[in-house]
Ligand binder design. Sequence first.
Ligand code: FE2
Length: 160
Amino acid sequence: MKSDINVQRAKDNENLTDVEKKHIPVIEAPAAVIAGEPFEVKVTIGSVPHVMEEDHYIQWIELHINGDFVGKKELKAADGKAEATFTVVGTEEMISAREIMNCRIHGFGVCGTCGTRSAIVILRALEGCNVHGIWEGSKGIEITSATSKPGKKCEWGPEL
Ligand SMILES: [Fe+2]
């Protein structure tokens, strides 16, 4: 993972400060998607809209999924709104990688009992404010394999 020394995050998600409300990216995405099927992710800065003025504005918004770069939108004050929409595709590989991670935690054989194959992946949005620096927000969504078999579903969560 690259160094994130200059990236600012919410210190307490349940109790954002005023500056956090204006800078933490808000991610809108479906809670569950199918691998291989494109979906839209809208990122808005922030839960209280950030100003877009010549001397103070959001310069860019970037999106990653599970650490993979999705896209970056450059913004100008004249755009008026600090938001961007990205088209994202989850992959079967993201689910396979998760199975390996979970098997290491829970022991061999756990995944073999599972019919439906799904994984929680992390959408991570970054933004750059010309005054207040770089901020991050993230959200977990569930990707289900397009080749799922019927059966018991693993109860995997983003905390794993
Ligand atoms: Fe700002």
